[in-house]
Design a protein around this ligand. Structure first.
Ligand SMILES: NC(=O)c1ccc[n+]([C@@H]2O[C@H](COP(=O)([O-])OP(=O)(O)OC[C@H]3O[C@@H](n4cnc5c(N)ncnc54)[C@H](OP(=O)(O)O)[C@@H]3O)[C@@H](O)[C@H]2O)c1
Length: 220
């Protein structure tokens, strides 16, 4: 497997931290990104302690500039502004969007309407020169951080228009689940994958669990 330099924008949050942990364990060179280099450094130290490997931290823009692959793991609120501010640093990169535009009300979680179709497509529109792939939407942050074992009962669904980029992200998914991610189609399918997380959140509340996605019926 290739070794990549991977920036995790929003890596100080539970989802970014959890994904970063497994990418580090998979042998990749990870830099945690944050709006505050100090916060990034603290999370990097926490992951280094957990994994026994070197992890660095930097402000989001510096992290994105030094990486081959940039994971975007931030809330939907503020997404457009953040991607716009990083557009130059993201140009030409493989950008993995893990963002779920969700709303919450008295009935629970639901997918928000997005003008561009999805968060991943919004990123592609703001940064046309990036190779945007959608992935890692459905993994629980708690499982990512707490599990001692690979999440090998779950699948990572991967969508994108650049086949080579999608293959790389399928391979990265293996760091978390122990098996390649599943090709779920073109980037426009992010409009289906992102709000699916709302279904999982409602299942979690109803059954008091951490549900996930597993695909049956395909040869691996
Ligand atoms: N939590 C889960 O279980 C889970 C599961 C699946 C998918 N996801 C998705 O993963 C993404 C991140 O989830 P999370 O729970 O880790 O989110 P979070 O804790 O709310 O945010 C992650 C990080 O994003 C940065 N951030 C927050 N607001 C921002 C803004 N307005 N502009 C720029 N950066 C901002 C913060 O880092 P700094 O303050 O250090 O910059 C924060 O630590 C979301 O889109 C979520 O839907 C989450």
């Amino acid at each position: 497997m290739s070794r990549y330099k991977i920036a995790v924008i929003g890596g100080t949050g539970p989802q970014g931290r959890g994904l970063a942990r497994w990418l580090v364990a998979g042998g990749h060179d990870v830099v945690i990104g944050s709006r505050s280099a100090e916060r990034a450094g603290a999370t990097a130290e926490e992951i280094a302690t957990r994994t026994g490997a070197d992890v660095s931290g930097a402000d989001n823009e510096s992290a994105a500039r030094t990486a081959d692959i940039v994971l975007v793991v931030v809330p939907w609120n503020g997404h457009h502004e953040l991607i716009t501010s990083l557009a130059d640093a993201l140009d030409g990169k493989l950008v993995v969007s893990c963002v779920n535009p969700l709303g919450f009300d008295a009935q629970g979680a639901f997918g928000l309407g997005v003008e561009e179709g999805s968060a991943a497509e919004q990123t592609q529109k703001i940064v046309p020169g990036a190779r945007v792939v959608g992935a890692f939407h459905h993994l629980s942050a708690v499982s990512l951080w707490e599990s001692e074992a690979l999440l090998d009962h779950e699948d990572v669904l991967v969508c994108g228009d650049d086949l080579e980029a999608k293959e790389v992200v399928k391979e990265l998914a293996g760091c978390v689940t122990g098996r390649p991610g599943v090709d779920a189609g073109a980037l426009r399918l992010a409009a289906q994958l992102e709000p699916l997380t709302a279904v999982l959140i409602n299942i979690n509340r109803r059954y008091k669990t951490r549900s996930g996605i597993a695909i049956v019926g395909i040869d691996r």
